[in-house]
Design a protein. Sequence first.
Lengths: 274, 386
Amino acid sequence: MTRGPSWFNVTSLVVGFSFLYLPIVLLVIYSFNKSRLVTVWGGFSVEWYVSLLHNEQLLDAAWVTLRVAFVSASVATVLGTAAALVLVRSGRFFGRSLFSGMIFAPLVMPEVILGLSLLLLFVAMDQSRGFWTVILAHTTFAMCYVAVVVQSRLVGFDKSIEEAAEDLGCPPVKTFFLITLPIILPGVVAGWMLAFTLSLDDLVVASFTTGPGATTLPMKIYSQVRLGVTPEINAVCTILVVLVTIGVIAASLATRRQQVQKERDERTAFGAEG
Amino acid sequence: MAKKSIGPVRREFTPWETPDHPPFIEFRNVTKMFGDFTAVDNLSLKIYEREFFALLGGSGCGKTTLMRMLAGFEAPTAGQIFLDGQDLAGIPAFRRPSNMMFQSYALFPHMSVEKNIAFGLKQDKLDAAEIRDRVAEMLRLTKLEQFAKRKPHQLSGGQRQRVALARSLAKRPKVLLLDEPLGALDRKLREETQFELMNIQEELKTTFLIVTHDQEEAMTVADRIAVMDKGKLVQVATPAEIYEAPNSRFVADFIGDVNLIEAKVSRKSGEGTLLESVCEGFAIETNQETDAGIGDRVWYAIRPEKVRIAHGRRDQDAANQIDGLVWDIAYLGDVSIIHSKVGESEKDTILRATFANVSRMVDNPITWDDEVVLSFDRDAGVILRG
């Protein structure tokens, strides 16, 4: 047995991560490009970040995107949590497997189809398209992801904890807010974050369901790229990458610290016993 | 001659022997179906105030369902349940005056020990000072004072068990329901906790209803035991009666170790209520009465510790003396269980006898293939019909 990484492992690691991250690294580097030409390096500069601050259109699009993501993630979290509760808890009812299949279908459904069908629905309803139709559309697919995440948290949930609360005189609805929700909260928060991210970078569904005055950032970027990539776009994307990275690192650090704390507590408890 | 009674008498508390004594909990013709499966089958049972009552049976016998119906987590398909004279039908779990201690303890993982215990009191909207006093009282009762601020995951299994007990007792319920409360503890801790439970019950004078599959646990803690099988009560009696006078082969076999000998009634006589059973070429003389007729098939149940075993030397006082051949010995330290072949038939009949190892050194120890005499008195066993 060899100690340390073998040449095979090192190669796999380098190749795999290059494949994943080289494009992103290039994008970040070129966002600091002084040259106006995207593919020619003209020296270091932050001028594109500065000009970004004065680009009203991009800022507007970013603001719309954030609002859409926040509202649709919140609505999707409520609906998705409710769906997960029903699917895990209500035991066998008629059509249960059909329902659980149907709630996961949008996960694998091509986005084009989802977008098109929503568009048809809004047209049939004679609904003028804009900010709220995008939110509705994002809620529909984001709630499936929330349901999946919350469901995994609920499967390991000891139902007798809720029964204990009721046994001690707590009515069912109050039990949900005092007992169930705090326990499944990590799953609910993770579901919200997932929904938020999905809404943030969705292009296809938003393109189908949006209307005048509700252009999201991905749509804006896409339409600009078709006219040629400007370094400003690189700067926007870099900011997005940084934001997402910070979010992911913060979330995993928090989870890890909780885990370490729990293990330490358990050790002390058993140490005191022995 | 002194009056003979079955087993030790624990205390002067036998309300079930008074015909008119009002029951505290009553199941009246209760049936519970899950789809096609009958979990509880037309069952009637009376439990009295301050009683420590055990529901005992194997898994799937309906004992937990019976308890969950009392707590309000399941509704009976038919029949009525009364608690302190009140029909519980239609009363949801959170309004019932009973509290339950769950098998998994079901502690609230995001609350400290104190908050767990105070939870039920807060639901009753008691004032803060009262809640503080009650929580302190419960912490003292369960010896958890130093752990008040800890979260459940910072406690050992035994401590969690005590938190669960404290939480379910804090509201001073009319009945405490215990669902396999000690199942997750190791043997030593379980035995300690059984006695602790009994002391707490004596102190609080609350009616306790415990569900368990562990017959030793039921015998230790309970005033009366109901043995259940397939949704029905098989026998309801004190631990000693259940052990010494089982009413069926099921109970005899379920509780403790027993020799069940298939036999035929060969003679019934009035004087001293003597009857004789014949099986595998030996006779058994008992002082038991039976309503079985001559020639009917019955079972004779005798506990291994009631059978004396010796080399050749006849025990003059014993009514029954059977020759046997030692077949197997299980040495358990305090006792040895000796399996002997008896009878003359082709089919081997094994009779188990318990041999208490009272001395460390034995002159002529019983060993494999020894010829022995197994003896027991006329009142040592019981005749069972089914």
